[in-house]
Design a protein around this ligand. Structure first.
Ligand code: ASP
Length: 439
């Protein structure tokens, strides 16, 4: 039985945090594969090392002096090394980095050094082998992650390896040039390693005890989620719930490996389990509530629309031609509505309107902005009658006008459109009815 453990930036921000991580790893002999992030913030007004690296490289690229900035980064690492009393020098590594910055090695290379150096320290601290992610995690020529080649590479490389540290966030093209994932991408690396070694669990250690039912900025101390399925999480993540990088689900999902989100500062908490499927009854009918503001509804009307074959396709083509992705398309008999992100749509709205006229010849088009979408997600909804009824009566009591309803055929979620101004009140009302009143 082997576990992959990934530690986020705040879990590795200082020597003190490293010691907590060391204790966690030593507490369980199955924790043999470690994926570290770069050192994060030590306090709320601190700067992440990744951001320091971006800033420093920016100067290098403009041929400005970046010595002071690079030194500040080196000091962050030295503080950790000293605090852990390690006999390790990163002097040569920093010489190489300085040289590579002068040669304009690229932003990806620059940002990846955060994880790379932290990986070296971690391996030294634990006495584990260090494996550079650039050797094993591959991107294709289009910059897309090459999952199958990586999986084979990594499987081969890790065969017979007892314990290793593999830095998160980056890999390389076939020619060796470093490429990073998007921000927060160490979560993906952890998932890739877990898949390759067929781990029995992927533990993702961060600074919260798992997922919360909803946003703590809206609800004071919301309850945590004990177990959530990959599919439920996808729905919530898409609507803005963030703890884990959304792409981190895919590699482990292929092998049915559960993810356990844990808190480095409270290792005794069970955290959240993310699983493929479970017979465990959810505590509440709903698993989570998430949402986003800033949508725009484009309402299109045409008499006899329902009998015109291809009408929907023509309307959506108008959005496609203008490079705008749509979120939801609820439709009536002679109307259809396309929900889009307002900031993306705003600058192109008139082009889209004229394209719809040209392609689909509607009777009228009406645009309404400042919408929020809220997703109420839960595997428990499928087998429970009256969920939608309870949501809408709660919203009515809270004086929230529902402008759109969309229930997927999976019955896993109900999406509700409300005015931006009603967003918080709507989430409160839904949380109250399902969690606080516990019926
Ligand atoms: N250090 C990178 C970031 O700040 C990647 C990560 O932490 O996962 O985005």
């Amino acid at each position: 039985m082997r576990k992959v453990v990934k530690f986020g930036g705040s879990s590795l921000a200082s020597a003190e945090q490293f010691k907590k991580v060391g204790a966690i790893i030593r507490a369980d002999k199955e924790r043999k594969f470690v994926v570290p992030s770069a050192p994060g913030k030590r306090s709320s007004d601190d700067t992440k090392v990744t951001d320091m690296l971006y800033g420093c490289y920016d100067l290098a690229e403009q041929d400005k002096d970046f010595k002071k900035e690079l030194k500040a980064i080196q000091e962050r690492y030295q503080e950790i090394i000293d605090g852990l009393e390690l006999k390790l020098s990163l002097e040569a590594e920093f010489k190489t980095i300085e040289k590579m910055f002068k040669e304009k090695a690229g932003t990806n290379y620059a940002a990846s050094r955060g994880e790379y150096l932290n990986g070296i320290i971690m391996a030294n601290y634990l006495g584990y082998e260090f494996i550079d992610a650039a050797e094993v995690i591959l991107f294709d020529e289009n910059g897309e992650f090459d999952s199958e080649t990586t999986n084979q590479n990594l499987r081969r490389r890790l065969e017979g390896v007892e314990a290793a540290v593999i830095p998160g966030f980056y890999g390389a093209y076939a020619d060796g040039r470093v490429k990073t994932f998007s921000r927060g991408g160490s979560d993906i690396t952890g998932s890739i390693v877990a898949r390759a070694i067929k781990a029995n669990v992927y533990e993702n250690w961060t600074d919260v005890s798992g997922f919360l039912i909803t946003d703590p900025r809206i609800i004071y101390k919301p309850e945590g989620i004990e177990t959530i399925t990959y599919r439920e999480l996808r729905e919530l993540a898409y609507m803005g719930a963030s703890v884990l990088h959304e792409d981190a689900i895919f590699p482990v999902r292929r092998e049915g490996i559960p993810i356990n989100i844990r808190n480095t500062n409270a290792p005794e908490d069970n955290g959240t389990w993310i699983v493929e499927s479970t017979c465990q009854k959810p505590k509440y009918v709903i698993t989570g509530i998430a949402g986003k503001k800033g949508f725009c509804a484009v309402n299109i009307e045409k008499d006899m629309m329902n009998s015109e074959i291809g009408f929907g396709r023509k309307v959506l083509q108008a959005f496609e031609e203008n490079g705008i992705s749509f979120e939801h398309v609820p439709s009536g008999i002679d109307t259809m509505t396309v929900f889009v992100h307002q900031d993306e749509f705003m600058h192109k709205e008139q082009q889209v309107v004229s394209a719809i006229h040209r392609l689909a010849d509607p009777d009228s088009i009406d645009i309404e902005g400042d919408f929020a979408l809220i997703a109420v997600v839960g595997r428990g909804m499928k087998s429970t009658r009256g969920t939608a009824g309870r949501i809408f009566s709660a919203l009515a009591h809270a004086n929230v006008n529902v402008k759109m309803i969309d229930q997927g055929s999976s019955e896993l979620n109900i999406i509700i459109g409300v005015a931006n101004a009603d967003f918080e009140a709507a989430i409160k009302a839904i949380y109250d009815i399902f969690v606080l009143s516990q019926i």
